[in-house]
Structure formats: structure tokens, C-alpha cells
Write a protein that binds this ligand. Structure first.
Ligand code: PGA
Length: 255
């Protein structure tokens, strides 16, 4: 069963005060009119406990923006899956384009993190997407196929690798640029992702939720969500404004 989701990636934004008011806005929004989709927020690590407390009882799930591929040990600066679970996280972003392109996270590391999350019971949201150069060179489907294929290769013979996982298609050229993919461009890639999952032998390919991310705002969300293979959005900038985030969520109807 494909789940409808609207997720907010707060990136490296916020102060204790702004996080308090953002959470208040979300709680008020959910209480005023509960959206038909699941809501998830991804605050910076240091605010996870604060957000968990502020959202207690509200229908908003918690996730982390990154995780270590290791269990525990001498890994200065890293955060483990168990630490995230103890802070109330149910989800984790894996391979966000800023991790890949700004911090040089390799395909190998992304795959190790995905595997770790899957095996230790935290739902991975695997971010995939092409750069502008790759799109212009007509390499979008090859790049996405490699990003998905590598995850399957890390779990050989497992035809349920993506069961319960979420994929976020985020074209790198659309992130934080104000230049969203058109609904048709996004739909075409989402359909390819689903097709590709079937080809690589995922038995439940049609039940994987595939979100779109990249300059989603309240004024373009509805058209994106109307597309048959778009199950929701991973929202960056617009998720820092509770009203706008709730307006986006209200466009994601359950049928
Ligand atoms: P944006 O970011 O909505 O600000 O483009 C999306 C993301 O990076 O997840």
C-alpha cells in the first residue's frame, strides 16, 4: 500500500526559539485540520529531543537528516541508528544530494547507511536524483538506475529491499533553486523509478512510496500530487513555515 507523505527537511536551520514556534504552528495546524497524508519533520540532530517533546501527541512523525553506517564506537561526530531511535525518530534521510555533493558521500556509503537503517528498524527515505549536467546529457535514467541498483546489490537476492522504504526523487537542479521540475517531468521519472524497481526484481515495487523534492511550495504542490506516481513531497525551504507546510500537506489527498 503506497503511503501519502509530506516531509519537511529543516536542513541546518533554526534556533531553540524558532523551533518552538515552528512546532507550535505544526501542532495548531494539525489540530485545526488533520491532513490526509502522514507528516514527517527532519530537524537538525540537536533539536530532535526538543521537537519530540513539542510534538508529543500530535500526528507528526520524527526523522533525522543523516545517520552513521556504524553501530557504535570511535566515530567522532557521528550519530547511530540506536541514538536516533532513542530520540524518537522513525525515519532517516539517506543520501540527500547535499550529503552526496557537498560532503562527498559516495554511493558505497549511501548504500551502507540504507542497509543499516533497514536492518535496524528505522525507515529509510532514499534520496536519488540527477544533476543538471546529467539531465542535459540525457543520463537521468542511467543515474537513477545506478543509485537504486547499488542498494539492491548490497542486499543480494533480497526481493524486498525497498519494502517499507520510501524513495525521494530530488533533481539536484531543483533543490533550493526555486525551479521545480514540472509535474510532467517529475511524473515521467517517478514512473521510471517504479518500472526500474520491478525490473530489478522488487516484488512489491508498486507499493513503494515515491516522493518528489525540489522547490515544492504551496502553489505548485497540488499539481505535483495529482500525478499518478507522485505520493507526496520532501520539502526543504517551505517546511520552515508551518502555515505553508500545512497548506502543502492539505493538497496531498488520500485518493
Ligand atoms: P527545497 O529542498 O524544497 O528547498 O528545494 C528540498 C530538499 O532538499 O529536500
Amino acid at each position: 500500500m503506497r503511503k501519502k507523505i509530506v516531509a519537511g527537511n529543516w536542513k541546518m536551520h533554526g534556533s531553540p526559539e524558532s523551533v518552538t514556534s515552528l512546532c507550535e504552528g505544526l501542532v495548531n495546524g494539525v489540530n485545526a485540520s488533520a491532513p490526509e497524508c502522514a507528516l514527517i519533520v527532519f530537524p537538525p540532530f540537536v533539536y530532535l529531543s526538543q521537537v519530540q517533546a513539542a510534538l508529543a501527541g500530535a500526528q507528526v512523525h520524527l526523522g533525522a537528516q543523516n545517520v552513521s553506517q556504524f553501530d557504535e564506537g570511535a566515530y567522532t561526530g557521528e550519530i547511530s541508528i540506536n541514538m536516533l531511535k532513542a530520540s524518537g525518530c522513525e525515519y532517516v534521510l539517506i543520501g540527500h544530494s547535499e550529503r552526496r555533493h557537498v560532503f562527498g558521500e559516495t554511493l558505497e556509503t549511501v548504500v551502507a547507511k540504507f542497509k543499516q537503517a533497514k536492518q535496524m528498524g528505522l525507515t529509510p527515505i532514499l534520496c536519488v536524483g540527477e544533476t543538471l549536467e546529467e539531465r542535459e546529457a540525457d543520463k537521468t535514467s542511467t543515474v537513477l538506475a545506478a543509485q537504486l541498483q547499488s542498494v539492491c546489490e548490497a542486499l543480494p537476492g533480497d526481493t524486498t529491499v525497498f519494502d517499507g522504504a520510501v524513495i525521494a526523487y530530488e533533481p539536484v537542479w531543483a533543490i533550493g533553486t526555486g525551479k521545480s521540475a514540472t509535474p510532467e517531468q517529475a511524473q515521467a521519472v517517478h514512473a521510471q523509478i517504479r518500472q526500474f524497481l520491478t525490473e530489478i526484481g522488487q516484488i512489491n515495487a508498486n507499493s513503494v512510496s515515491v516522493l518528489y523534492g525540489g522547490s515544492v511550495k504551496s502553489d505548485n504542490a497540488a499539481q505535483l500530487f495529482e500525478q499518478p506516481d507522485i505520493d507526496g513531497a520532501l520539502v526543504g525551504g517551505a517546511s520552515l513555515d508551518a502555515d505553508q507546510f500545512m497548506r502543502i500537506a492539505s493538497c496531498n489527498k488520500s485518493s
